[in-house]
Design a protein. Structure first.
Length: 612
C-alpha cells in the first residue's frame, strides 16, 4: 500500500540496511567484535575503539542467522561463535583466530550454547542437550575433550566462571515447582554443588556476574513479584538488594573493580540502564534517549575500563547504534552509527505506549505505530489499514527498540499495534505466570481486545485489520482466527504452533520443559492441551489465512503448518484462493540474513496489499 503521491518503500531497500549484532568488547577493551552484514550477509568484524575504524575478519564462515552471541577468549586471541546448518540450531562451536582462520572447536551432538571461558583460556563452558536434557559441559582446549559437569532432569545454564577459574555459578531447578529456578555454585570439575539461599520456591533466581575477588555474586530474583537485582555474599549467605524496587530491574554487569553495578529497568516499554555506585551509595539512570539499551553478558565484554561502558541502543524510530558511555561525566559517543544508506529517516515513526482494558478489567499495555503524518500517509487520513503484531515467547515483550518489520509496514501505510498480553515480561512474576495452564485463553482475549481497541480509532478502517505473529505469535494468529473468526480481515501465521501434543513430541528437551511448565503434563492435562490446540478448531476459520514456515525450524517444526494446511484442504478450501501457504527453504526459526529478510518482507507485503 502507498499514497497516490508517495510510492511504498520496497522490501529490498529496507531489509538491506546494514545491521550489527552481539557487540562484545575484547578483554583489554581495545576492540569490539560483532556480527555485521554491510556487504550482504553476516560476517565477523573488529572495531578499533580508539580510532573508530572497523574491518571484516571472516569471509562467509559465520551463521546466516545471528541469533546466537559471540564470545572472546580471555587472552583476546580468539572469538568463539555458533555454527549450524541452515538455521536448524543444532549448533557446533567454532572460533576465529588472529591468523584469520576459522575452525570448528567443539562438535556437539545436539544444540550447543556458549557460556564462558576461563581466564587462562584453557576451558570453554557451554550448555548442550546432547544428553537427555540441557546441561553444562566443559571443553578442554589442550586435550580436545569435553566432560559433562551437571546432570539435571530440568535445564541448566547461565554458567559463569569465577575470577579464580576454580568455580562456576549457574542456574537450574531441582524443585517440583516447574516455574522455580535457583542459583548454584560448583567447583570447576562439577563437584561440591551448592544451592544459594535466594527467593522462595516458585520464584526465579538468576546469576549475572561475579564480583572481583570471588566472594560475591550479582544475582536477581522475583519472589516479591517484580524482578530485582541483588548482591549475594557467598561467605554469609546474605543479600543486599539494590534500588527502590518500583520497576522490574534485571542485573547486567559489574565494573572491573566492583564499584559500579549496571541493571536494566523496564519503564513503559523502554529498557533504561541504571548504574548503582557502590562507593557513593547512589543510583541513577544513564543520560540517553528513551529507548532500549542492550548489554552483552559479562564484565569483560561490557566495561572497557572501570568507568566506561559499551552497549547497543535503539529507539522505535532510530536504528541500533553502538554507544560508549563515560560514567564520570555522563557523556556518550557513538562508536558505530546506524546506516540508513539512501533511506530518508523521516519515513520512520516513533511508537506510543498505550494501555487498554481487557475483558476482565486487567490493564494491558502495548505500542502503537501511527503512519499518519509520515510520507506514507496523509495526516488527515481516516481509513488507515492496520496490523496487530503479536510477539512470541510467550514470555517476552514488545519494547521501544527499533523494529524493522513494524517500520516496514508503517512505510507502506499500515498502522501497527503490538500488545503486551498477560504472560508478557516486564510487569512481574504474577503477570508473567498468569498465562500458565491457560495458553489460548485469556491472553487471546487480551489480543482480541487490543484489536478491538485499535479498530475503535476513528482513523483506522475497521474492515481492514490483520493479525500477524511469529512463533508463539503465530500460535496466537491461529488461535485468533479460530476463536474470533469474524473479528479479523485476515491473518499471517509465521513459524506458528497448531498442535501442542505434536509440538511436544518433536521438540528439544528444554523446550518440552517449558511447555510442561506453562501447560502442565501433556497426558495429565490432555483435554486442556487438545482444547488449546488450534488444529482442533480449524472448522471455525472463516477469514483467509497465510501460513509461512521455515523447513528447518527445530522449535516449531514445519509440520505444525502442514497439518493446518491439510485440514483446511480437507474442508474444501483451496490454496491461493481461500488461503496461502509458503515454506521457506534453508531457514529455521526466523532469520537475520538479508536475502531471507527480503524474501519474508516481500511475501508479507504482497499478501497484505492483496487482502487489505
Amino acid at each position: 500500500m502507498s499514497t497516490e503521491t508517495t510510492p511504498a518503500v520496497d522490501p529490498e531497500t529496507l531489509a538491506s540496511l546494514p545491521e550489527f549484532y552481539h557487540p562484545m568488547a575484547s578483554p583489554d577493551g581495545d576492540e569490539i567484535a560483532f556480527y555485521y552484514d554491510e556487504h550482504g550477509r553476516n560476517d565477523l568484524y573488529l572495531l578499533d575503539r580508539e580510532s573508530g575504524d572497523y574491518e571484516r575478519v571472516s569471509d562467509g564462515d559465520v551463521p546466516r542467522n545471528a541469533r546466537w552471541p559471540i564470545l572472546w577468549s580471555r587472552d583476546g586471541g580468539r572469538v568463539y561463535f555458533h555454527r549450524d546448518e541452515a538455521g536448524n540450531e543444532q549448533n557446533d562451536i567454532a572460533a576465529w583466530n588472529r591468523d584469520g582462520e576459522t575452525e570448528t572447536v567443539v562438535e556437539v551432538d545436539g544444540q550447543g550454547m556458549l557460556s564462558d571461558t576461563t581466564h587462562d583460556g584453557r576451558y570453554l563452558l557451554y550448555a548442550s542437550d546432547e544428553g537427555t536434557q540441557l546441561n553444562l559441559y566443559r571443553y578442554d582446549t589442550e586435550t580436545d575433550e569435553s566432560i559433562q559437569l551437571t546432570e539435571y532432569a530440568q535445564p541448566a545454564g547461565g554458567g559463569v566462571f569465577g575470577p579464580d577459574d576454580q568455580r562456576i555459578a549457574y542456574v537450574t531447578n531441582e524443585s517440583e515447582t516447574l516455574e522455580n529456578s535457583d542459583v548454584y555454585v560448583m567447583d570447576i570439575d562439577g563437584n561440591n554443588k551448592r544451592r544459594l539461599d535466594i527467593g522462595i520456591d516458585g520464584s526465579e533466581s538468576t546469576v549475572a556476574e561475579w564480583f572481583p575477588g570471588g566472594e560475591r555474586l550479582l544475582i536477581a530474583d522475583n519472589a516479591d513479584d517484580l524482578t530485582r537485582a541483588g548482591i549475594y555474599d557467598l561467605d554469609t549467605d546474605e543479600i543486599e538488594w539494590l534500588g527502590p524496587h518500583e520497576h522490574e530491574e534485571s542485573p547486567q554487569t559489574v565494573s572491573p573493580t566492583g564499584r559500579y553495578v549496571v541493571v536494566s529497568r523496564v519503564v513503559r516499554g523502554a529498557s533504561v540502564p541504571v548504574v548503582y555506585d557502590r562507593e557513593d551509595e547512589t543510583e541513577r539512570e544513564l543520560d540517553i534517549p528513551d529507548g532500549v539499551a542492550s548489554f552483552p553478558p559479562g564484565r569483560e565484554r561490557t566495561f572497557v575500563d572501570d568507568t566506561t561502558l559499551v552497549f547497543s541502543h535503539s529507539r522505535p524510530d532510530e536504528r541500533q547504534e553502538l554507544y560508549q558511555y563515560e560514567l564520570t561525566t555522563d557523556e556518550h559517543e557513538v562508536l558505530l552509527e546506524a546506516a540508513y544508506e539512501d533511506v530518508d529517516r523521516d519515513i520512520f515513526a516513533d511508537a506510543e505506549y498505550i494501555t487498554y482494558e481487557s475483558e476482565d478489567g486487567l490493564e494491558i499495555g502495548g505500542l502503537l505505530y501511527d503512519p499518519r503524518g509520515t510520507p506514507a500517509c496523509d495526516t488527515d487520513t481516516t481509513d488507515v489499514p492496520a496490523v496487530v503484531s503479536v510477539h512470541g515467547g510467550p514470555q517476552a515483550r514488545a519494547s521501544k527498540s527499533f523494529n524493522l518489520l513494524a517500520q516496514f509496514l508503517l512505510t507502506r501505510g499500515y498502522a501497527v499495534f503490538q500488545p503486551n498480553y498477560r504472560g508478557s515480561t516486564g510487569r512481574g512474576r504474577e503477570f508473567k505466570h498468569t498465562i500458565h495452564d491457560d495458553w489460548g485463553g485469556m491472553e487471546q482475549v487480551d489480543v482480541a481486545e487490543g484489536g478491538k481497541w485499535l479498530m475503535d480509532r476513528d482513523w483506522v478502517d475497521e474492515d481492514r485489520v490483520a493479525v500477524f505473529g511469529g512463533s508463539y505469535g503465530g500460535y496466537s494468529v491461529y488461535s485468533q482466527l479460530t476463536q474470533y473468526p469474524d473479528l479479523w480481515t485476515t491473518g499471517i501465521a509465521y513459524i506458528g504452533i497448531t498442535d501442542l501434543h505434536r509440538l511436544y513430541e518433536e521438540d528439544m528437551a528444554h523446550f518440552q520443559h517449558s511447555l510442561r511448565m506453562q501447560m502442565g503434563d501433556p497426558e495429565e492435562n490432555y483435554d486442556l492441551w487438545r482444547d488449546r490446540s488450534p488444529i482442533e478448531h480449524v472448522d471455525n476459520v472463516k477469514q483467509p489465512l497465510y501460513m509461512v514456515h521455515g523447513v528447518n525450524d527445530p522449535r516449531c517444526p514445519v509440520e505444525q503448518a502442514r497439518i493446518f494446511r491439510d485440514a483446511l484442504e480437507e474442508r474444501g478450501w483451496e490454496e491461493d484462493e481461500d488461503f496461502a501457504y509458503t515454506e521457506l527453504t534453508d531457514e529455521g526459526h526466523g532469520s537475520t540474513d538479508i536475502d531471507q529478510k527480503i524474501r519474508m518482507f516481500t511475501l508479507v507485503s504482497d499478501y497484505l496489499d492483496g487482502w487489505l
